[in-house]
Design a protein around this ligand. Structure first.
Ligand code: PEP
Length: 256
């Protein structure tokens, strides 16, 4: 990766955790990770645990975020959570366009774009996820799919919005399946995405933090993170296991 570009490892806890198990996990992270190790580390718990995470991590150097947000800022949207509410709890990041939201909750490219805008209106950094299904990969559609997902956001927000965002390539077939994209497969898509942004603005492309997500584990993290266009990871299952998440974070540091 470029020496000038930041590096980030973010844990997506999905709908897992409890007050008790989070307490142990957060205590372990605080002991082993801090912000002065050449990389940034973040966790994205379910909404009800944001207060606990904020209390445990304030002052630790580890940052936190949420897994989704409402595209509207306030109003009669029962069950929804706004960007401003997430900021109230100290969130720095919010994941938008995760494939589980796209597939299980029918979030369209347009809705993902609206959520991206809402995040930035609230001062949050969106982690925009893009990625193809196995069928799309087998049909040779990977680049077209990730380009369409990115274009939907750029069309709404403009390329300059990518200055205050993180992009995560997460092949759907690799999420939670134990199947990881090979470092070469992941690097090829990352290079495609960076090249696409570079054709719009080369400075923004050079500075854009591009994460890989999809069954990242301690055993494959070093090789993935040593690819020139992979700046870190979005980690699901392994972010719930302290030893594994810490090892993955250290792999990002080793590649500083
Ligand atoms: C994810 O949830 O974004 C993810 C990449 O999950 P996993 O690491 O479990 O594949």
């Amino acid at each position: 990766m470029s020496p000038g570009r930041g590096r980030l490892v973010a844990g997506n806890w999905k709908m897992h955790g409890s007050l008790a198990s989070n307490r142990d996990l957060l205590a372990r992270l605080c002991v082993s990770l801090n912000a002065n190790q050449g990389a940034e580390f973040a966790v994205c718990p379910p909404f009800p645990y944001l207060a606990q995470v904020s209390a445990a991590l304030t002052g630790s150097g580890i940052t936190w975020g949420a897994q989704t947000l409402c595209e509207n800022d306030h109003g009669a949207f029962t069950g929804e959570v706004s960007g401003a509410m997430l900021r109230d709890f100290g969130c720095r990041y919010v994941i938008v366009g995760h494939s589980e939201r796209r597939q299980l909750y029918s979030e369209s490219d347009a809705l993902v774009g609206a959520k991206f805008l809402a995040a930035q209106r609230s001062g949050l950094l969106p982690i925009l996820c893009v990625g193809e299904t196995l069928g799309q990969r087998e049909q040779g559609e990977t680049e077209a799919v990730v380009a369409r997902q990115l274009d939907a956001v750029v069309a709404l927000a403009g390329v300059s919005a990518l200055e205050s965002a993180v992009l995560a390539y997460e092949p759907v077939w690799a999420i939670g399946t134990g199947k990881t994209a090979s470092p070469a497969q992941a690097q090829a898509v990352h290079a495609f995405l960076r090249g696409k942004v570079a054709r719009m603005d080369s400075g923004i492309a050079d500075a854009l933090v591009l994460l890989y997500g999809g069954s990242v584990k301690p055993a494959n993290a070093v090789e993935l993170f040593s690819q020139p266009d992979i700046d870190g990871g979005l980690i699901g299952g392994a972010s719930l296991v302290a030893d594994d998440f810490i090892a993955i974070c250290k792999a990002a540091m080793r590649n500083s």
